[in-house]
Structures are given as structure tokens and as C-alpha cells.
Write a new protein. Structure first.
Length: 312
């Protein structure tokens, strides 16, 4: 028997933020964090879906301490507003930031700031959010940042000369690049944290193949009904539940012994099973590529990580 949600330690007094917490893995992770005593902010784009998630969560965990706050990762103004409000309301501590929200294999569209949608939401929005909340994280002993990547990161390395896929766009290639960016971001964050000896662990997780709304949402955005039907069939036959898919995230967020830059995923071929350290593509450990992506991300978002200089 591997690690389960029952192994999560007591989180009483801890504060957590989970992006994309209205459904799927984000919802399951937020619920289990709250079940074990954490005060959780559900950071959601839709007020209606977020409110429904709070209602559902508190019906499952009656003593849960949860709050809904609106966050649109496709709009840097929304990211800044969320971070400011957390700073005004959240006190001095932030024990856990789970960068979970994302889109997958969508047609070419742009964020409010003009970035390719998958790169903008999956990477740049979370890069900006983490940087803006960094003072709270660094002020909290034992804090963690967990970004949710995917086994599909192996589809593609980033193209530093075309981060926004303006020259050529393939929906799955762009998704793979955005998930590679998640890994490179945490790799560089972990290096910079170590360079200043800060008490912060940055790690990555992936859910394997989990039955969530992510696949269906991407199909609807592209009006790809056949793809949606095939996804539903595959999810019924192959996928593990969203609860099981959330376990790698919860492990990275709470288990003792998680190391900086760990990549946690399901045990069996990276598809399903209890959480363990996972295989990752070699290019996600490239220091030069990670630093270049970091510099480009600072320029594109205007968010600087004060106190975390280049690791050298």
C-alpha cells in the first residue's frame, strides 16, 4: 500500500493557496488540505464555479476553513490584484502555494496581455503569482511551492526564440512546451532558493492520467466533439480518479522528505498509482535554459523575484 491522503500530517494553522481549485485535481487537493486543518484559499477564475466548489467542499468537510478569491491567470492585472488582496488579508504567512490551474491543447488564442494562451496561463501567470507572493513564502518557515506539470512535458522542449509560438503553432506541442516551462521554472526557483539558503521547498508534481474536466474543456474550446467523446471513453477505461490524480500534488505539498526540484508522479509507468519520484526529460534539468526562461519571464510579466539573485 503506497502513500494516501490519510498520510497527510496535521496542517492546523497552515495557510494554503490552490489555483484552479473549483474542479478536478485542484478541488481534490484543496479539500484534502482543508480536511487536515489547513486554511485554504480557492483561487478560481469563475465566481459561480468557485462558489459551487466552496459549497461542495464544506458539505464534504463541514469544519473546513476555505475562502474563495477570484484569479484569472490569463490576465496579469488579475494576478496582481489577487496577490495584493492576499497580502492585505492573509497576514504574514503563506505555507503552501499550489500552482495547479491550466489549459491543455487549446486552439491558438492569446491572453489579455497578448501571450499564447497555454504559455501565458500554465507558465507566465503562475510565474508572476509565485513572485508576487514570494515575500509571504519566504517569511514562513518550511513553506512550499508546488507546480503541477504533466508527463506530456516530454512532447516538446521550449523554443527560446519563439516562446509565444508565433512562428508555428501546434496545440499539443505548445502544451508540452508549457509543461516543460513548469519544470524549468521550479528547477531555477529551487537553485535560487538554495543560493540564499532560504527555508522554502519548490517541487513539481504530475497526476498521470486522471479523469478530470481538463480534457473536456480543451475539446470544447476547439469545438472538437469527436476528441471529447474519445476522451470520455479513454477516461472511463484507463484513467484513475481525480482523487488519485491529486495524490502526487498532495505528496509534494505535505510529505516529509520532499526535496527541492523533486518531480512527483504516479508509480506505474507515470500513468496511475501511488506517488513516487518520477522520470523527467533531461532538458528540464538544463541550468542555462532554466535561467534564460526565468529572465524572459521576468521581462514578459514585469515581476522580479526580489532577494533571489541568479544562482550562478
Amino acid at each position: 500500500m503506497g502513500w494516501t491522503a490519510n498520510d497527510i500530517p496535521d496542517l492546523t494553522g497552515r495557510r494554503a493557496v490552490v489555483t484552479g481549485a473549483n474542479s478536478g485535481i485542484g478541488y481534490c487537493a484543496a479539500r484534502e488540505l482543508a480536511r487536515h486543518g489547513a486554511r485554504v484559499v480557492l483561487a478560481c477564475r469563475s465566481e459561480q464555479r468557485g462558489t459551487e466548489a466552496v459549497r461542495r467542499l464544506t458539505s464534504e468537510v463541514p469544519d473546513a476553513q476555505v475562502t474563495l478569491r477570484l484569479l484569472d491567470l490569463a490576465d496579469l492585472a488579475s494576478v496582481r490584484a489577487f496577490a495584493k488582496r492576499y497580502g492585505d488579508e492573509g497576514g504574514e504567512r503563506l505555507d503552501l502555494l499550489v500552482n495547479n490551474a491550466g489549459v491543455m491543447a487549446v486552439p491558438y488564442t492569446r491572453t489579455a496581455d497578448g501571450f499564447e494562451m497555454q504559455f501565458g496561463i500554465n507558465h507566465l501567470g503562475h510565474f508572476a503569482l509565485t513572485g508576487l507572493l514570494l515575500p509571504k513564502l519566504l517569511a514562513t518557515p518550511g513553506a512550499r511551492v508546488v507546480s503541477v506539470s504533466s508527463g506530456f512535458h516530454a512532447l516538446a522542449n521550449i523554443d527560446p526564440g519563439d516562446l509565444n509560438s508565433e512562428r508555428k503553432y501546434g496545440s499539443w506541442t505548445a502544451y508540452g512546451r508549457s509543461k516543460t516551462a513548469n519544470l524549468l521554472f521550479i528547477h531555477e526557483l529551487a537553485r535560487r532558493v538554495a543560493a540564499v539558503d532560504a527555508d522554502l521547498v519548490a517541487a513539481v508534481a504530475h497526476p498521470g492520467y486522471a479523469d478530470t474536466n481538463l480534457t473536456y474543456a480543451s475539446a470544447r474550446m476547439g469545438d472538437r466533439r469527436l476528441f471529447e467523446q474519445l476522451a470520455r471513453i479513454g477516461n472511463r477505461i484507463v484513467a484513475q480518479s481525480a482523487d488519485a490524480g491529486a495524490l502526487p500534488t498532495l505528496y509534494a505539498a505535505t510529505a516529509p522528505g520532499v526535496r527541492p526540484d523533486d518531480f512527483i508522479g504516479p508509480r506505474w509507468q507515470g500513468w496511475r498509482g501511488s506517488p513516487v519520484r518520477s522520470w523527467r526529460a533531461p532538458w528540464t534539468l538544463n541550468d542555462v535554459a532554466a535561467e534564460r526562461l526565468w529572465s524572459a519571464s521576468e521581462q514578459l510579466t514585469g515581476v522580479r523575484y526580489e532577494g533571489l539573485a541568479a544562482a550562478g
